[in-house]
Ligand binder design. Structure first.
Ligand SMILES: Cc1cc2nc3c(=O)[nH]c(=O)nc-3n(C[C@H](O)[C@H](O)[C@H](O)COP(=O)(O)O)c2cc1C
Length: 141
């Protein structure tokens, strides 16, 4: 039983490379043993993260992450049962925002900014898939 969960949140403090690296370090240390794969995107103080794996593992990790004081306004965007993973290659891949094409954001939203609170979960997921396809993901499995 596999599920995919997508959520958005606002960083409590400014997010620099050290903060992001710390999150990715924790993810890479914990996620493989939990069978979790996914993607993390951070732009202008907003996180979007996709988690996929077994239902119980994803639910428990989401609850743990949601309770983290590093971010607020944690909002569930989408939750679905899936037949196969989309982010199987990453224990937690990071979207390289410097390689994000504004035209890709405009394709899905009114303005060329990343605002998951203003669009549907399906749109955020479609954006993630395009980012993957255009190889703007950094990070090892
Ligand atoms: C935006 C965000 C994403 C996170 N993603 C993960 C994750 O995928 N896996 C993980 O184990 N911890 C993640 N964390 C960290 C958890 O909230 C928590 O601090 C961590 O799992 C505790 O791990 P530890 O008990 O090994 O110290 C994330 C935190 C934030 C703020």
């Amino acid at each position: 039983m596999l599920v995919r969960l997508l959520y958005a949140s606002r960083a409590a403090d400014a997010v620099d490379q050290d903060v992001l690296h710390a999150i990715l370090r924790q993810s890479k240390a914990n996620n493989p043993a939990l069978g979790i794969t996914g993607l993390l995107c951070c732009s202008d103080g907003i996180f979007i993260q996709a988690l996929e794996g077994g239902r119980m593992a994803v639910n428990q990790l989401y609850n743990r992450i949601a309770a983290d004081s590093c971010h607020t306004d944690v909002e569930l965007l989408s939750y679905e049962e899936i037949g196969e993973r989309r982010f199987a290659g990453w224990s937690m891949g990071q979207v390289n925002m410097s390689r994000l094409n504004p035209a890709l954001l405009l394709k899905y939203s009114e303005r060329p900014t990343l605002d998951p609170y203003a669009v549907s979960g399906a749109v955020s997921m479609a954006l993630f898939e395009e980012l993957m396809a255009t190889a703007s993901i950094v990070g090892q499995p």
